[in-house]
Design a protein around this ligand. Structure first.
Ligand SMILES: CC(C)(COP(=O)(O)OP(=O)(O)OC[C@H]1O[C@@H](n2cnc3c(N)ncnc32)[C@H](O)[C@@H]1OP(=O)(O)O)[C@@H](O)C(=O)NCCC(=O)NCCS
Length: 144
């Protein structure tokens, strides 16, 4: 599978919006548009034969980053795309030394992904989600 990773461009906003909305149900197109000129919010994407198949949204606060969302279209899962996309995204954020994220305790696939990327358990936020589910906070220290 020929997949390329890149930072989002204007012409890819609609596709990312559709994927984010389909998977998380809360995408805000304006936020994606604003990320084009933002040093804080970044969208990185994976494309396969011209089609956007995955995205990774990071917030950057100087030397710290947070993964806001990462997702792969269902039919493209299990091919290592999210792993490659995250590693690409982190490479592009050269100042970042530590990355945090929150994930639903029940989201075993995502927790496996983050473990395989070198994230470690950092804490728990009780009833963090509207469903009352706890969030697991994970942290990855970058190795220089
Ligand atoms: C989580 C998600 C991004 C993984 O994307 P993906 O491209 O399919 O994942 P990869 O193929 O890169 O696999 C990376 C790791 O995830 C884990 N993983 C992937 N698919 C898995 C599955 N079906 N069951 C268990 N673990 C799985 C594995 O640890 C894998 O690493 P390994 O192959 O070295 O063992 C994807 O399933 C998705 O979009 N899920 C819905 C959105 C979501 O939950 N995002 C996270 C929000 S916090």
């Amino acid at each position: 599978m020929n997949v390329i990773n890149k930072e989002i461009s204007f012409g890819e906003i609609e596709q990312v919006f559709q994927i984010e909305n389909a998977i998380f149900g809360n995408s805000i197109k304006e936020s994606i548009v604003k990320s084009l000129n933002s040093e804080t919010s970044k969208y990185f994407i994976s494309k396969c034969e011209g089609e956007v198949v995955a995205f990774c949204n990071l917030y950057i606060y100087d030397t710290e980053a947070e993964i806001i969302n990462i997702a792969v279209k269902e039919e493209f899962r299990g091919f290592g795309i999210s792993k490659q996309l995250f590693n690409f995204s982190l490479k592009k954020c050269s100042k970042v030394e530590v990355v945090f994220l929150e994930v639903k305790e029940s989201n075993r696939v995502a927790i496996n992904l983050y473990n395989s990327l070198g994230f470690e358990f950092s804490g728990r936020r009780k009833r963090y989600y509207s469903s009352n589910e706890d969030a697991i906070v994970m942290k990855k220290q970058r190795r220089k």
